[in-house]
Design a binder for this molecule. Structure first.
Ligand SMILES: *Cc1c(COP(=O)(O)O)cnc(C)c1O
Length: 379
C-alpha cells in the first residue's frame, strides 16, 4: 500500500459488528472475564485497550514496523528506551538534541549510573572512536531540534549493528511521511506523537516502533509494568489526525520551503537552517534520506542581541509564540528560553545555538499571510 492509503486505512477495518468506519473509543478500565483468568485477550486497560491497539497497528503500518507502543508523552517513550539500560551501561547521543531528552539523560538516568557521551554524529569516525566496551545504545535525532542537522541513519545504524549497539532515531521532526528509519536499519524509531502525527495541538503522546521481536517483548512488558499509557480518547484523536498526515505534511513542506527562501533573502536575517535549502550543509544527505524537508525552519536574526529576537517575536500577530510544533497553526519558539533552557549558555554555544536563534513550526495557513506576518515582525 502507498503512504496516503496507509495513512487512512492502516490498522483498522470497519467494525464487523456495526460497520463503524472509525474505531469506537473504548472508555473502559477493565473487561469482564467468564471465569478467573478466562478473558478475551483484554484484561485491564493499562495492558490492552482496543482503541490503543488500533492506533499502535496504524503507527506500525506507517513506519513499516512489526510493533508499535504508545505512551502518555514523547518523554515517556524516551524513558522506555532508556530503561533498556542498566547501571554501568553507556549511550552515545547526538550533540544536537531536544532539550527534554538531554535533561532526562543527564538528570534522571546519569544519577542511576548510566553514562552519556554527546558526539557529533556527522563524524562517523568520532562516533566509532567513542564506542567503548560498555556502550549499548546510540541515540540519533534527525532532523535535529532546533538546528535541523541531519544524521546519516543508514551509516550510523550499520556501524551500531557491527558494534552490537541498539540504534534509536527520534524521528519527530520528519514524521513517517518523510522518513522511515527502520527501513534504513535503525532498531527503534521514536516519535513525539504530540507533534505532526497528532497534528492539531490537542494531544500529548509518544510512540516507539520496532521490528525486532526481543525489543518488542521488552517494550510490551514495560508498558504493562510501568504504565505510562495514553487514554483511549487521546488515541482516537491521533487516529483522526493520522488520516490527513500526508495532506498536512505536503503543505507544511511547501510552506516551509517558501518561508526558508524568503528568510534567506532577508537583510535582517543572518542565517537560515532548513535542510531543503542548497546552502544547508547536509542538503544532499537530506535529499537521499527524506522524501521532502519538513515544516521546521530555524534562523538567526542579524546582530548579536537576544533582545532583538525577543522583540521580533513579540510583534508576531498570526504566528503564535509557544512551545511545541507540528500542528496546523504556525508557531514560533525561542530555544534559549524555551525548549533548550535546560542547557547552560555554554552548552548551547557548543551546539551552535545562538541568542539570536528563532525556531518556526510553519503551519498550513495561506503562505502569503504567514510571510506578511513575519515581514512586519522582522522588519
Ligand atoms: C516534543 C519533543 C519530544 C518530547 O515529546 P512530548 O510529547 O512533548 O513529551 C521529544 N523529541 C522531540 C524532537 C520533540 O520535538
Amino acid at each position: 500500500m502507498k503512504f496516503a492509503t496507509k495513512a487512512i486505512h492502516a490498522g483498522y477495518e470497519p467494525d464487523p459488528a456495526t460497520g463503524a468506519v472509525m474505531p469506537p473509543i473504548f472508555q473502559t478500565s477493565t473487561y469482564a472475564q467468564k471465569s478467573p483468568g478466562a478473558h478475551t485477550g483484554y484484561e485491564y486497560s493499562r495492558m490492552q485497550n482496543p482503541t490503543r491497539d488500533v492506533l499502535q497497528a496504524a503507527l506500525a503500518g506507517l513506519e513499516n514496523g512489526k510493533a508499535a507502543f504508545c505512551y502518555s508523552s514523547g518523554m515517556a517513550a524516551v524513558d522506555a528506551v532508556l530503561k533498556l539500560l542498566r547501571p554501568g551501561d553507556e549511550v552515545i547521543a547526538s550533540l544536537d538534541l531536544y532539550g527534554g531528552t538531554f535533561r532526562m539523560m543527564k538528570q534522571i538516568f546519569e544519577p542511576y549510573g548510566v553514562g552519556f557521551h554527546f558526539v557529533d554524529l556527522k563524524n562517523a569516525g568520532a562516533f566509532e572512536r567513542s564506542i567503548g566496551p560498555n556502550t549499548r545504545l546510540v541515540w540519533m535525532e534527525t532532523p535535529s531540534n532546533p538546528l535541523l542537522r541531519i544524521t546519516d541513519i543508514e551509516l550510523i545504524s550499520s556501524l551500531a549493528r557491527k558494534n552490537g549497539l541498539v540504534s534509536v532515531v527520534d524521528s519527530t521532526f520528519a514524521s513517517p511521511f518523510l522518513c522511515n528509519p527502520l527501513d534504513l536499519g535503525a532498531d527503534v524509531v521514536m516519535h513525539s506523537v504530540t507533534k505532526y502525527l497528532g497534528g492539531h495541538s490537542d494531544v500529548i503522546m509518544g510512540a516507539l516502533v520496532v521490528n525486532d521481536e526481543d525489543l518488542a517483548a521488552q517494550f510490551l512488558f514495560q508498558q504493562k509494568a510501568t504504565g505510562a499509557v495514553p487514554g483511549p480518547q487521546d488515541c482516537f484523536l491521533v487516529l483522526r489526525g493520522l488520516k490527513t498526515l500526508h495532506l498536512r505534511m505536503k503543505q507544511h513542506c511547501e510552506n516551509a520551503l517558501q518561508v526558508a527562501r524568503w528568510l534567506e533573502n532577508h537583510a535582517n536575517v543572518a542565517r537560515v537552517y532548513y535542510p531543503g535549502l542548497a546552502s544547508h550543509p547536509e542538503h544532499e544527505l537530506a535529499s537521499r534520506q527524506m522524501r521532502d524537508f519538513g515544516g521546521m525552519v530555524s534562523f538567526d536574526l542579524a546582530g548579536e542581541k537576544a533582545s532583538d529576537a525577543i522583540a521580533a517575536m513579540e510583534r508576531l500577530r498570526l504566528v503564535t509564540v509557544g512551545e511545541s510544533l507540528g500542528g496546523v497553526e504556525s508557531l514560533c519558539a525561542y530555544p534559549p528560553k524555551m525548549s533548550h533552557a535546560s542547557y547552560s549558555k555554554e552548552e548551547r554555544g557548543k551546539m551552535g545555538i545562538k541568542d539570536t536563534l528563532i525556531r518556526l513550526s510553519v503551519g498550513v495557513e495561506d503562505i502569503d499571510d504567514i510571510i506578511d506576518d513575519l515581514s512586519q515582525a522582522i522588519g
